[in-house]
Design a protein around this ligand. Structure first.
Ligand SMILES: [Zn+2]
Length: 299
């Protein structure tokens, strides 16, 4: 199946560019197989503005953002989630401006078991000044956003709908150019699928992902992403039926086209899907639940 991604992005690093009326974006120079060209930091409004996901702690990016907004006031720093390419720039930007930070909570705050060890790449130091819950409305000068809690990529992931144009800032819940990573224990496929289904019930006109350009016809993309995850689950069922019972052996079979450098990321994704199948009582494992365990269909 093909997922309708858009792999075009018009941008220049360190430049805050207008991408829609009342909306500007600056892309940080942190390209990688996970971030694509880098983190897209959005600025809503004019004069008194909100910044969504200030980004990684990169001096060039932060200086360019602050310089471009000289003469304006950042009143809100909205954070979709606490990965290192999204929230760390809050600290220097807050030091420079005094703006308050907003988010669902610190990393791992949406997971049920307290004290669960969360994955690499997390910004464990970020604690929002203002805690947000699903459905909360944050209002600024000439703009307002509705908070949409969308656990899955991380348990504290929040999307923000800019209410006036009904534009959803979807963070890493939906990427414009690729599928997102779901890494247990904080990443959770069952939660992720639910959070995708939630988007299908909404009336957002378009999505602005952190990694990728505007998605103007979002629902076909959401449906394709759901179908893709379910297809991966089917592929794992097929592996198990054929006696391929270790993740290390499933990855080359399921991701034949993927460069080997990405296999460890694929392994996290297979593991997350196995956790989903275990929760559905379809799969068992030997010993401790770990990525190196032996998995088999539950009788
Ligand atoms: Zn992320």
């Amino acid at each position: 199946m093909t997922i309708p991604f858009n792999r075009k992005l018009d941008f220049e690093y360190a430049r805050l560019q207008r991408v829609a009326p009342g909306l500007r974006r600056i892309v940080a120079r942190n390209p990688s197989p996970f971030t694509w060209h880098g983190t897209g930091t959005y600025v809503i409004g004019e004069g008194n503005v909100a910044v969504i996901d200030p980004g990684p702690d990169l001096a060039e990016h932060i200086a360019a953002l602050l310089a471009a907004l000289a003469g304006e006031t950042i009143t809100h720093l909205l954070v979709t989630h606490t990965h290192r390419d999204h929230s760390p720039a809050c600290r220097p930007v807050q030091r420079a401006t005094g703006a308050y930070t907003y988010g669902f909570g610190r990393h791992g705050s949406g997971t049920i078991d307290a004290g669960v060890q969360v994955e690499e790449g997390a910004d464990n130091d970020f604690v929002p000044d203002v805690l947000l819950a699903d459905g909360d409305i944050v209002t600024g000068d000439g703009w307002s956003v509705e908070c949409v809690h969308t656990p899955g990529h991380t348990s504290n992931h929040m999307c923000y709908q800019w209410r006036e144009p009904k534009a959803l800032f979807c963070g890493d819940h939906i990427m414009g150019w690729s599928t997102t990573t779901i890494s247990p224990p904080d990443g959770d496929i069952a939660a992720y699928l639910k959070s995708l289904e939630l988007l299908l019930t909404r009336d957002d006109n378009c999505y602005w992902p952190t990694h990728g350009d505007c998605v103007r016809d979002p629902k076909p993309l959401v449906r394709a992403l759901i179908a893709h995850r379910l297809e991966r689950a089917d592929e794992i069922r097929a592996c198990l039926a054929d006696g391929v019972d270790r993740i290390a052996d499933m990855v080359p079979r399921m991701y034949a086209d993927l460069p080997e450098t990405m296999h460890s990321a694929a392994a996290r994704s297979v593991f997350s899907t196995l956790v989903y199948l275990i929760e559905r009582q379809e799969v068992s494992f030997d010993g401790e639940l770990h990525a190196t365990a032996r998995f088999y269909p539950k009788a």
